[in-house]
Design a protein around this ligand. Structure first.
Ligand SMILES: Cc1cc2nc3c(=O)[nH]c(=O)nc-3n(C[C@H](O)[C@H](O)[C@H](O)COP(=O)(O)OP(=O)(O)OC[C@H]3O[C@@H](n4cnc5c(N)ncnc54)[C@H](O)[C@@H]3O)c2cc1C
Length: 408
């Protein structure tokens, strides 16, 4: 079976690796001319580590990643607001959590794709998909190339997915009312005391920083803003430094240790859940299928889970692609829909500007029960994967975390 994958991001490359392991020969088509070097970092929670282990990538992730053992929350004045015992979460789920720079993760995926003999065709921007006379999908690229594989996988992201437009008739993402500035700080000396995730909450503003090593920290600053004002300023480092002046350290230290020209502004969008992820022989995966807000902390992890599940569903490909697509949607849709809903719920709390709402939010966070949060989180994130019994005897309900506002 010929398999073409549109998009060489986390979803496209991990799907390619998972399918190659099953004996298929996928080919990846990426719009960029060269591998991406932009972006800050991602936290790969234990459910992602499970998939990375299955794909044979975990050793390489260990080599490039940080191993955070805790997540600490504070308000903008430095008062503690509880946190997450990541070490306990790791033990409960049976796999470690890693923090990685996005470009390093991309490198690992690309290296493994090369070792597995998976062709990645750069400079191939898909512009349209249409059906031929036999009802088979044909993807056309900007460079005049076109392909007509037996299975076409749309892994072309959240903002303008050509595959989503073909499957769903539209691909317009929804702006969720806040912007992120993202950056990577590199110090001569330690910028933070330990490898941890630190999350600072204000009113309508948030600063999250994640260390990989004490001198290497990626961060996201966020602010509630109308879309019309989501415009990069001439000096974004100055703008962010001014905005977060007076917040607890290491906030200012980290902003100052970031090259000004490497800070990027993102108007944060997500996608409405779809009724179906497939049409004809085209299937959506990753953000193109189910992009949650970064406040879910799970977008990349879910892209990796798609890879693992799709490979399993394709094992029954003799039953026909329709059945494969149905099985895939059945196992993936409830979890990803729940995570997308939670991402929105958390964002509403995080970017509230009303002082009373912020006070109640902070009190709730402070009163949260760390052991309970780990149990609920493990049950939700482990759902659908053959991981250790994460429920601790409690029924797994959706992917819920009662009082934890996850940081991306
Ligand atoms: C600020 C921020 C922080 C985040 N932090 C985390 C985190 O800590 N943990 C986590 O799990 N998730 C996180 N996420 C979410 C995560 O980044 C995404 O869910 C993940 O990258 C999805 O992977 P993807 O491959 O589906 O999409 P993408 O990473 O967007 O990749 C899509 C690929 O398709 C290519 N492409 C696009 N259009 C075309 C086309 N027409 N033709 C060919 N190629 C095309 C793109 O160039 C790109 O390479 C974060 C997101 C944001 C915005």
């Amino acid at each position: 079976m010929e398999i073409g994958i549109l998009g060489g991001g986390i979803a496209g490359l991990s799907v390619a690796l998972a399918l190659r392991k099953q004996g298929y020969h996928p080919r990846v088509y990426e719009r960029r001319a060269v591998p991406a070097t932009m972006g800050a970092g991602v936290t790969l929670w234990p459910n992602a580590s499970f998939v990375l282990q299955e794909l044979g990538l975990l050793q390489d992730i260990e080599a490039i990643g940080g191993r955070p053992l805790t997540m600490r929350r504070q308000d903008a004045a430095g008062n503690p607001l509880g946190g997450l015992d990541i070490e306990l979460l790791n033990r409960t789920m049976g796999y470690p959590t890693y923090t990685v720079l996005r470009r390093h993760l991309q490198e690992v995926l690309l290296n493994h794709a090369a070792q597995a003999g998976i062709p990645v065709e750069f400079g191939h921007r898909a512009v349209a998909i249409e059906l031929d006379a036999n009802g088979k999908a044909m993807a056309h690229f900007e460079n005049d190339a076109s392909i007509r594989p037996d299975l076409l996988i749309g892994a072309d992201g959240r903002m303008d997915s050509v595959a989503r437009k073909f499957v769903a008739g539209g691909n317009t993402p929804t702006y969720q009312g806040f912007v992120n500035w993202i950056g990577v700080a590199q110090g001569q000396h330690a910028l933070v005391d330990d490898i941890a995730i630190q999350d600072f909450w204000g009113a309508g503003e948030r600063f999250g920083c994640v260390s990989i090593r004490p001198e290497l920290v990626y961060w996201a600053a966020a602010q509630a803003r109308p879309l019309s004002e989501a415009i990069p300023s001439a000096d974004m480092r100055k703008e962010v430094e001014y905005m977060f002046a007076g917040w607890p350290e290491p906030v200012t230290r980290i902003i100052r240790a970031t090259p000004a020209n490497a800070i990027r502004l993102i108007a944060v969008h997500d996608l409405e859940p779809l009724q179906t992820w497939s049409r004809a022989n085209v299937l959506l995966v990753g953000d193109a299928a189910h992009a949650p807000l970064p406040t879910s902390g799970q977008g990349a992890c879910q892209a990796l889970e798609d890879a693992w599940h799709l490979a399993r569903c394709l094992d029954g490909a003799s039953a026909g692609l329709d059945k494969v697509f149905q099985a895939f949607a059945k196992v993936r849709s409830p979890k990803t829909t729940k995570l997308a809903e939670q991402g929105r719920f958390f964002a509403r709390g995080l970017f509230a500007t009303d002082p009373e709402t912020c006070r109640i939010r902070n009190e709730r966070a402070k009163a949260s029960n760390a052991a309970h949060d780990v149990r609920v989180l493990a049950a939700g994130w482990g759902q659908g994967l053959p991981m250790p019994d994460c429920t601790g005897g409690a029924p797994a309900q959706g992917c819920g975390i009662s009082s934890l506002y996850s940081i991306e």
